[in-house]
Ligand binder design. Structure first.
Ligand code: ADP
Ligand code: ZN
Length: 613
């Protein structure tokens, strides 16, 4: 089959989707994005990995007369895409530095004759004499894949993407579409600005991945054992274990093999044939665990990867979301779990500081590193935290991640400390950094240092916590958005970005929870057997009431924007299920129910108990 211009005159994007790709309907924002590009508008589309970005430019490229130019950063990806398109009968070719001159010539000639739908080029090609040749081809649309690479604020800045700012002059009037899976608001602004898109249409999909259950914990004990136990929970399923170094991928694969699992190592140091063979096995065989560096994964479109484990933390939240997004592409439940430690954070910071990147790039990197670790160490709903990071608003907790599921014994209500910290930030004029704020809160300023600030009412109100304890509080406040770092990223000052949220904190409508008691700096205890035992002791009849109570708790927590355990512990729900309190007074007698909660929830609980009776 070949697609010629005469055949497509009356073809719509939808009929082409069906005819060429064999799909019945567009997904998510695809149809809107395609409509804009078809209408000749400049467009930015931010769709999650697996969201079907390629179709957003391929379909207009096929439908619009002339050749569609696709700028793509990775030669390997280009080759795959071109092969896949050819297999569908689409006339696609690529031009990159690895090709023989005569092949390049042949591709250009075909394009000139109008016998081509799509031409993939590398960004650096546009910086060379080739650009002039391309302008004479009759280009119908230009797609910029992985567009976040154009931004210094993005997590994967590529200097050769700078050449793309010339596209507007080189191809005046040709619509351009930039696509990416990961771009926070600032990166999106950079893309629009750097590419100088004309009155751009911006489409940002939700970053929710409802089928992914997220978790993270600090590294402790032997890492290989922890990884093995996480993998064993998925025995027989395909998954990826990411590690930071080549050595670590090898040793993890060996230890998983010793534990009786099928594991392979994958990194850039292996022979290309070995890599290709291992990738092939991962794709075709069931239940292979790939222990890999981040060299693995780009373009690996295996739908039934059931877990992604970070044995070392990712580089940024953008990288995290992209990497965990390789699990559960088929929409069925999948798990992502990350291990992290203070040494990882120090390493990441020192690598950035010592790199020879531009100052501005380093600053961005450092901010992103801090945000990543605040996220990993945070106790907020993880899916919610990521979605907020990418700019989504009014996000409800998922109810499924480790933080949403955590038993209260493992969490610590640090609302009081959070109130102190935020009021200190405000009183001190939102112009000093964390170090000075901690000195201020603990009242440890030496003579002559910060004397003005020492007159304020917040001076010395926080002596209950050590410096480490306060650091834990500030980390959490930063990530939950109650505070933000502004100014010089090397020496950031803390400010209150959201007055509304701060007011809610002071009124007690918003709570702040930490993993552990910051005044003790105890290590996290594993989920105690207590709650589980209490639940198992329930009769079948009580058990179903318990489940009903849990559902109510999740709904209530979602409505209030808090983790479920903030409403009631599992233990408390189990006791309610067993005792079946009929009145507010009876409810108050149950352990874990205070006066306030008894007053607030008595009616709800009475109703659920009555319904279950
Ligand atoms: P991305 O580049 O956003 O990660 P792709 O464009 O590679 O995603 O698409 C991911 C997978 O989804 C591919 O296998 C693709 O063929 C498939 N796909 C894309 N659009 C649709 C659709 N409308 N219906 C069904 N499958 C689709
Ligand atoms: Zn959650």
């Amino acid at each position: 089959m070949s697609v010629t211009n005469s055949e497509i005159v009356s073809e719509t994007p939808l009929s082409l989707l069906k005819r060429v790709y064999g799909y019945d309907a567009f997904r998510g924002l695809q149809a809107d994005v395609i409509d804009d590009v078809m209408a000749g508008r400049d467009t930015l589309a931010v769709l999650p990995t697996g969201g079907g970005k390629s179709l957003c430019y391929q379909i207009p490229a096929i439908l619009r007369g002339g050749v569609g130019l696709v700028v793509s950063p990775l030669i390997a990806l280009m080759a795959d895409q071109v092969d896949a398109l050819k297999a569908l009968g689409v006339r696609a070719e690529r031009l990159d530095s690895s090709m023989a001159p005569e092949d390049k010539q042949a591709a250009l000639e075909a394009a000139r004759r109008g016998e081509m739908d799509m031409l993939y080029v590398s960004p650096e090609a546009l910086g060379t004499g080739l650009a002039g040749v391309l302008t004479r081809l009759g280009v119908s649309v230009i797609a910029i894949d992985e567009a976040h690479c154009v931004s210094q604020w993005g997590h994967d800045f590529r200097p050769d993407y700078r050449a793309l700012s010339r596209l507007k002059q080189l191809f005046p009037g040709v619509p351009r579409i930039a696509v990416t899976a990961t771009a926070d608001e600032r990166t999106r602004d950079d893309i629009l600005h750097e590419l100088d898109l004309t009155s751009p249409q911006v489409h940002v999909a939700s970053f929710d991945r409802p089928n992914l259950t997220l978790g993270a914990e600090p590294k402790a004990g032997k890492r290989a054992d922890r990884v093995a136990s996480l993998v064993k929970a998925h025995s027989g399923e395909s998954g990826i274990v990411y590690a930071a170094t080549r050595d670590a991928t090898e040793t993890l694969a060996e230890s998983l093999e010793r534990a009786g699992l099928s594991a392979l190592a994958y990194h850039a140091g292996l022979d290309p044939e070995v890599r290709a063979e291992r990738q092939r096995r991962f794709l075709l065989e069931d239940g292979i665990v790939m222990c890999a560096t981040v060299a693995f994964g780009m373009g690996v479109d295996k739908p039934d990867v059931r877990f992604v484990i970070h044995a070392d933390p990712p580089k940024t939240l953008e990288a995290y979301w992209q990497e965990v997004g390789r699990a559960g592409r088929d929409g069925k439940p999948a798990e992502a779990f990350a291990l992290f430690g203070p040494a990882d954070m120090r390493r990441s910071i020192s690598w950035t500081v010592e790199s020879d990147a531009a100052e501005e790039v380093k600053r961005v990197q450092l901010t992103k590193t801090r945000q990543l670790f605040a996220f990993l160490n945070g106790t907020e709903c993880r899916r919610g935290a990521v979605r907020r990071y990418f700019g989504e608003e009014n996000v409800a907790p998922c109810g499924e991640c480790d933080n949403c599921q955590r038993e209260p014994g493992e969490g610590f209500d640090a609302t009081r400390f959070a109130q102190m910290a935020v009021s200190a930030v405000i009183r001190c004029g939102q112009r000093i950094g964390r170090g000075r704020l901690i000195i201020h809160l603990t009242g440890s300023a030496r003579d002559g240092f910060d004397e003005d600030l020492a007159q304020l009412s917040t001076y010395g109100i926080g002596t209950d916590l050590s410096k480490q304890g306060w650091n834990a509080v500030f980390d959490e406040l930063l990530f939950s958005g109650l505070l933000a770092e502004t100014g010089d990223a090397m020496r950031p000052v803390l400010a209150v970005p959201d007055q509304e949220a701060a007011r809610a904190l002071f009124k007690g409508d918003r709570e702040v929870w930490l993993r552990t008691d910051p005044s003790q700096r105890k290590t996290t205890r594993k989920r105690s057997g207590m709650a589980a035992a209490a639940v198992h002791d329930l009769s079948e009849r009580d058990q179903s009431l318990f489940e009903a109570l849990r559902n109510w708790r999740l709904e209530t927590a979602k409505a209030k924007g808090v983790p479920p355990y903030v409403i009631f512990h599992d233990r408390t729900l189990a006791a309610i299920a067993a005792e079946r309190p009929a009145s507010g007074d009876e409810l108050r007698n149950i352990s874990g129910v205070g006066e306030k909660k008894a007053g607030r929830y008595a009616d709800d609980i009475a109703r659920i108990v009555a319904e279950a009776a």
